[in-house]
Unconditional design. Structure first.
Length: 340
């Protein structure tokens, strides 16, 4: 049996027209059993690794839709309502409010951002393993802790420590990125660039364009969360009658924008803090433009594959800049309570 197409869950029901369904199912089970044996033989099996099949974004989302997130919801502070002149200015010139029927989906997204990675939740572990397998293109799982997570772009041996501020929403957006057939090629291209190494070892620190992929991803999720809380996405969410789908598309669009600038302007981690701030401004002020850019990419327009170089940033990045670590993130809201 051929492996599923990129972006499809491992338990996809797509089958060859000439193979009976029951035979295809037997082959699928045999392949899963053989992969599980290979994991054990390679030393990756046991309680520290997951031999479970890949999990799709929709399956993971259904889990969160039905899970008890009451404790996570309690951590989401209510939006501060403006009064007097501030309320009038907001009404006349501010972005529209999210329609009432979409509030539940917004609350779910913010609750997921408060939900920590739990080793005892099978779905959490499947999400983590799926991200690892899709980025590394490996059929084998990996231990729960270890240096292999640093190779993917986390700051240490435990991804959980990097998810403060974005929680499981940070992993869910990575999962969407690698499991959607339209964005998987982009995710793999960005991951490849993040692993970039120069051919001149003596000047590696100057020329290398590598960066921590997963940390960058979590930073972008943090930006998207802020845009949602400040109601910068309400117009698009109201138009599409969706919230989480808009968040995911904006996340992918922001990553695409960052990728193009990073690649064509030969940026390094020294530029990351400035670029993230520029990206945050674009995400809040021009979300529609970013989303159109992503649409052009997935439709393979002339600018879709990154051949068209982006315009230089509006401000100078000559000053020394430090990379924004997740533990250093300062969440700033205008007229709203902090998301902690």
């Amino acid at each position: 049996e051929q492996p599923p197409a990129p972006g499809l869950p491992a338990d996809s029901n797509l089958q060859c027209a000439f193979v009976p369904a029951e035979i295809s199912e037997e082959l699928r089970r045999a392949q899963e059993e053989w992969e599980a044996v290979e994991e054990v033989r390679s030393g990756l099996g046991g309680p520290s690794a997951s031999a479970a099949p890949l999990i799709s974004f929709n399956e993971a989302l259904q889990y969160f839709q039905t899970a008890d997130l009451s404790e996570c919801r309690k951590k989401v502070r209510a939006t501060v309502r403006r009064q007097g002149l501030a309320a009038l200015v907001r009404f006349l010139f501010g972005p529209p409010r999210l329609q009432p029927q979409l509030q539940g989906e917004r609350e779910l997204a913010l609750a997921m951002a408060q939900c920590g990675l739990d080793d005892n939740e099978r779905v959490h572990m499947r999400i983590l393993q799926t991200i690892y397998k899709k980025l590394t293109r490996s059929r084998l799982g990996c231990p729960r802790y270890g240096a292999h997570w640093e190779e993917l772009g986390f700051q240490g041996a435990d991804p959980r420590t990097d998810l403060r501020g974005t929680g499981m929403l940070g992993l869910m957006q990575m999962l969407y990125f690698v499991m959607d057939s339209q964005t998987l090629p982009l995710a793999q291209e960005i991951f490849k660039l993040s692993q970039h190494e120069t051919q001149a070892p003596a000047i590696t620190l100057v020329l290398s364009q590598n960066f921590p992929f997963c940390i960058m991803s979590v930073n972008i999720t943090r930006i998207v969360i802020q845009a949602l809380r400040e109601e910068r996405l309400s117009r698009e969410c109201n138009r599409r009658q969706q919230v989480i789908a808009v968040l995911n598309d904006l996340y992918a669009a922001a990553f695409l924008q960052l990728y193009r600038i990073w690649k064509w302007q030969h940026k390094t981690v020294a530029d990351s803090d400035f670029l993230l701030k520029e990206l945050e401004l674009s995400t809040k002020k021009k979300p529609k433009q970013l989303l159109k850019s992503l649409e052009a990419y997935v439709n393979r327009s002339p600018a879709a594959d990154g051949l068209q170089q982006p315009s230089p940033p509006s401000a100078s990045a000559a000053e020394e800049i430090n990379f924004t670590g997740i533990c250093d993130l300062q969440v700033e809201l205008e007229g709203e309570a902090r998301l902690v």
